[in-house]
Write a protein that binds this ligand. Structure first.
Ligand SMILES: [Zn+2]
Length: 418
């Protein structure tokens, strides 16, 4: 249970996540929310509140991670995991993953594709205080075609009517968001990443049904044709967005006008490039190259091509969320900081822009910005600190010193309390 407390630090992120307040303190209430952020020298009567002097650290809002798969772990072959493991084993995996993410500083996490039997009880156990973990927002099973991307843990739905029924069923089970596979994916040999899985009309039906039920739709698409279908359908957020050509001998067919439509219509994109940075680092350290999907083997976009396109999309005003694709190879649950690191090192963000992407901006995309994403009175007292100054070196974000969720410390001075 939260108790009223004071968390002092030499650097505290300002409400806009674009500068420091020096020698400030975050004051929390008995409901685990932020009461005030004040200069440490000016706290007045502090009786009845426990004081935590965190010292020479940078205190930030907890990280917001937009893309995990709780039922798999990055240190195993995900495909083998999913096709051989029992639900019970996957629940255990998910419990460990949730704790790991929280201790790294992630206090809000959206899982966009895990088996229903795994994801929903884990979220509910965290909310009930049975196990530690971030606040979870869940899609449950992704909606895909028969044999389509992630069929092995998805809900297979082929026709427009099947898809509408699948949306309703996920909502009935407890989904906070709908995930649908608009193109094939690299993970699934029986899908084709270059080709669409649904016509725009079917994706549109999913959007209409989700909106009727008060939630939104996140779509996976590598294919340009899938991205176009998503734009035409009014899909709220697109994952990967790699502009793969339907011609297997052509790597990409990026269309800047489509990118401008994404920007103008306020569609969010999760570029999942933190995963690329982690993969490159792992391979430089000797990790084997992953097997390349048959559908893209003939002409793969180079990392430089991909980055150039993502930079152009950003220049056109497309807003990016920080989603690592946790659970996939190299994307471990304590690596969410690699979203911000990759945004600075690959996309040209300033460190503060990357910090706000990892906190307030993605909180807005996840529709939880009233409660999370910045250190402002009334929001959850979800905090993480790091030694050093991430506004000077974004890689400082990778090692949390302190983590507080809902006013309750779960890690102090590098020591896990859970
Ligand atoms: Zn994913």
């Amino acid at each position: 249970m939260p108790e009223p407390a004071i968390f002092k630090a030499s650097r505290v992120a300002n409400p806009n996540n674009d500068g420091w307040l020096s020698d400030h303190a975050v004051i929390t209430d008995e409901a685990g929310r932020i009461e005030a952020v004040l200069p440490s020298a000016n706290l007045g009567d502090t009786s009845g509140k426990r004081t935590h002097d965190l010292g020479d650290v940078s205190l930030l809002p907890g990280l917001v991670e937009a893309h995990s798969h709780l039922h798999v772990s990055p240190d195993f072959d995900g495909f083998a995991n999913i096709t051989t493991e029992t639900d019970d084993r996957m629940v255990m995996r998910a419990v460990g993953a949730a704790r790991k993410a929280l201790l790294s500083g992630v206090t809000t996490m959206r899982d966009i594709g895990s088996r229903n039997q795994v994801a929903f009880p884990v979220r509910d156990a965290i909310e009930a205080g049975v196990i530690p973990g971030p606040r979870l927002l869940l899609a449950g099973t992704p909606i895909t075609t028969t044999a389509g991307h992630c069929w092995m843990f998805g809900t297979e739905a082929d026709t427009l009517e099947d898809v509408v029924k699948a949306v309703r069923n996920q909502v009935k089970l407890g989904a906070n968001v709908i995930k649908i596979m608009a193109s094939g994916g690299n993970f699934t040999p029986t899908s084709n990443p270059r080709m669409t899985q649904y016509p725009a009309e079917t994706l549109r039906a999913a959007v209409v049904e989700a909106e009727r039920l008060g939630i939104y739709v996140v779509a996976h698409s590598h294919a340009t044709a899938g991205i176009r279908n998503c734009i035409d359908a009014g899909i709220h957020q697109i994952i990967h967005c790699r502009w793969l050509s339907s011609d297997p001998t052509v790597a990409m067919d990026y269309d800047p006008e489509d990118a401008s439509r994404l920007a103008d219509e306020g569609r969010w994109v999760d570029p999942t490039i933190g995963l690329s940075v982690l993969g490159a680092e792992a391979r430089a350290a000797g990790a084997p190259q992953r097997q390349i999907h048959w559908g893209v083997a003939a002409a793969r976009p180079s990392p430089e091509q991909t980055i150039e396109v993502l930079q152009d999309m950003r220049a056109r005003g497309v807003r990016y969320t920080t989603g690592l694709d946790m659970g996939m190879a190299f994307a471990d649950y304590d690596k969410s900081a690699y979203n911000a690191i990759s945004f600075v090192e690959s996309l040209g963000y300033t460190p503060w822009e990357a910090v706000s992407a990892s906190t307030s901006v993605t909180a807005e995309a996840l529709r939880v910005d009233k409660n999370a994403g910045s250190l402002q009175p009334g929001k959850f007292a979800d905090l993480m600190s790091v030694a050093g100054d991430p506004s000077k070196d974004i890689r400082a974000l990778a090692m949390s010193a302190d983590v507080v969720k809902g006013g309750v410390p779960v890690k102090l001075d590098g020591m896990a309390l859970i």
